[in-house]
Write a protein that binds this ligand. Structure first.
Ligand SMILES: *Cc1c(COP(=O)(O)O)cnc(C)c1O
Length: 437
C-alpha cells in the first residue's frame, strides 16, 4: 500500500481508513461543504512561503524579496496571507491587481507582468500605484513612458530579458528560450539596445532586470546557469551603458511532486546554493550584488491544494477501458486536458483497500477530452457516492477554471490549525448566468 505522506506530509490516513488533509478528515469536509470542493491547507501555504522568505533574509543580498506569483491561485485570502508572510506579489492582469487591492494588499509591493499589457492595463496600474511594471519589450517601455508622462509620474520598471536557457521542461511552460513570446533576447543584441532606449526615457525609472526560464524546473543547475547569464548581462550593461541594475529578478518555476515518481526538490538548499553562486559570480565580475527577487507560484500553493469529488457513474467496457465519472472535471481542473499533467488520485474513504481496478477518471463535461487522469488504480467495487481526492491541485486549477457547460466553479475551503473556513464561496447557477442580458 502506498503511503500518501510520501507525496506530501500534509496527507495522512486516519483509523477509519479516511484520507486526511492538513490533519482533517476529507469525508467530514466533503459532507460539510459538498463536492466538488477545492481544499487549501493554509498552514502548508505559509510553510512553503517561509522557505523563500527565510532564504531571502538569510542567504541573499540585502533588500532581496520573494514575490508570490499569484496567477498560480488568485483569490483575496491568498494576497492577505502573502502580505502577512512578508511577500510581495506578481500580478498579470487588472483582475489580479483588483483582487489584491480588494484584499488590502499594498500595491507598491506588486509587480505587473504579462507579454502584452494594454494601454488601459498600464493606466490602471499607474492610477492605483503599482510598484513595478515588468516590461516585455520596446513597445511596452514606450507605452509606459507615454502613460506615466500623462500622469506626471516616474514609473519604476524591470525589463524582462530572455537568457536563452533551456530548462528541459514542458514546451508550454518553457519560457526562457530566445524563441519565445516572452521577453527580449540577450543573444540577438536586442536586450542591450532596449536598455539603452529605456535609459533615455524621462518617465521610466529602470530598476533592473527580470527573467523567468519556465515552470516545473527540477534541474539542479537551471537557476545557477540563469543567474550566471543574467549577472554577465548586468556586468555588460554596466560597462556599455554605465548603468548598474539594483534588482535582479530570477523568476519562478521550482517543481513540485504530483506523483511519487517526481523528484523531491529541496528548495531551501537550492536557494542557499543559488545565493552563494550569485555572491561568487558578482565577486568575479567585480560588480555589486543586486537585490534578488524570486517569484514562486506553484511551489507555494500546489501541494497545499487537494480537490474532493464524488463518484457518479462507473462504466466498464470489457476488453477496452473502465471509466469512473466524477461531479467535476476539466472545468475545475483543465491541466490534464491542456498539458497531459499527472496527478495522484485516491478513493478518499477507502484508503486501506487494495487498488486493483484500473480506470480513467473523467469529468462531467460534454467533451471526450474531459479527463482528470487516465489509467489510475482505485479499489474494486468503487461506486456511486464514493469520495475521490485528487492531490496537489493548489496551483493552476482554480486559477484556470472555467464555466464550460455552464457548470458553477467549486468553493475554496481553507484549512488552518484544525479548523476550516470558506475563502471563496461556491458559484451558483444564477452566478453563471448573472451577466446575461
Ligand atoms: C508563471 C510565472 C511565475 C510562477 O511560476 P511557477 O512555476 O508557478 O513557480 C513566476 N514568474 C513569472 C513571470 C511567471 O510567468
Amino acid at each position: 500500500m502506498t503511503n500518501p505522506m510520501d507525496l506530501c506530509k500534509n496527507l495522512t490516513v486516519n483509523k477509519e481508513g479516511h484520507l486526511c488533509f492538513g490533519g482533517q478528515d476529507t469525508a467530514a469536509l466533503a459532507s460539510e461543504y459538498g463536492t466538488p470542493l477545492y481544499l487549501m491547507d493554509e498552514d502548508r501555504v505559509r510553510e512553503n512561503m517561509r522557505v523563500y522568505t527565510h532564504a531571502m533574509q538569510n542567504y541573499f543580498p540585502a533588500g532581496s524579496k520573494a514575490l508570490y506569483a499569484s496567477k498560480a491561485n488568485s483569490f483575496k485570502q491568498m494576497y492577505r496571507i502573502a502580505a502577512e508572510e512578508g511577500m510581495g506579489v506578481d500580478v498579470v492582469s487588472c483582475g489580479e491587481m483588483y483582487t489584491a487591492m480588494q484584499a488590502g494588499f499594498d500595491l507598491s509591493q506588486a509587480y505587473f507582468h504579462s507579454n502584452n499589457k494594454t494601454d488601459s492595463d498600464i493606466a490602471y496600474g499607474i492610477e492605483h500605484g503599482i510598484g513595478f511594471f515588468v516590461a516585455d519589450g520596446t513597445d511596452e517601455v514606450d507605452a509606459i513612458e507615454r502613460i506615466a508622462a500623462q500622469h506626471g509620474i516616474r514609473q519604476k520598471i524591470l525589463l524582462r530579458i530572455t537568457p536563452g536557457i533551456d530548462c528541459h521542461t514542458y514546451e508550454a511552460v518553457n519560457t526562457g528560450l530566445v524563441d519565445s513570446k516572452f521577453g527580449t533576447a540577450i543573444e540577438t543584441g536586442q536586450a542591450m539596445e532596449l536598455v539603452r532606449q529605456t535609459l533615455l526615457q524621462p518617465h521610466v525609472e529602470l530598476m533592473g532586470f527580470h527573467c523567468h526560464v519556465g515552470s516545473m524546473v527540477f534541474g539542479e543547475d537551471v537557476f545557477l546557469r540563469t543567474a550566471d547569464v543574467m549577472l554577465h548581462f548586468v556586468a555588460d550593461v554596466n560597462q556599455n551603458c554605465g548603468y548598474m541594475a539594483q534588482i535582479l529578478d530570477l523568476g519562478g518555476g521550482y517543481g513540485v511532486r504530483y506523483v511519487e515518481s517526481d523528484p523531491k526538490a529541496d528548495i531551501s538548499a537550492s536557494l542557499k546554493e543559488l545565493a552563494e553562486t550569485i555572491t561568487s559570480i558578482c565577486r568575479q565580475l567585480n560588480i555589486a550584488q543586486p537585490a534578488i527577487r524570486m517569484e514562486p507560484g506553484r511551489s507555494i500553493v500546489a501541494d497545499a491544494g487537494l480537490t474532493l469529488y464524488t463518484v457518479g457513474s462507473v462504466k466498464q467496457i470489457p476488453g477496452y477501458r473502465n471509466y469512473v465519472s466524477i461531479d467535476g472535471g476539466m472545468g475545475d481542473n483543465p491541466r490534464y486536458a491542456l498539458y497531459g499533467s499527472k496527478y495522484t488520485v485516491y478513493a478518499a474513504q477507502r484508503m486501506n483497500e487494495e487498488c486493483t481496478f484500473t480506470c480513467s477518471l473523467v469529468g462531467r463535461c460534454c467533451e471526450s477530452g474531459d479527463v482528470i487522469q487516465p489509467n489510475i488504480q482505485l479499489p474494486e467495487g468503487i461506486h456511486r457516492g464514493d469520495s475521490i481526492a485528487v492531490c496537489t491541485t493548489g496551483a493552476y486549477n482554480y486559477s484556470m477554471a472555467s464555466n464550460y457547460n455552464r457548470i458553477p466553479r467549486p468553493a475554496i475551503v481553507m484549512l488552518r490549525g484544525g479548523s476550516s473556513y470558506v475563502a471563496v464561496r461556491r458559484e451558483t447557477i444564477a452566478d453563471v448566468a448573472a451577466l446575461d442580458e
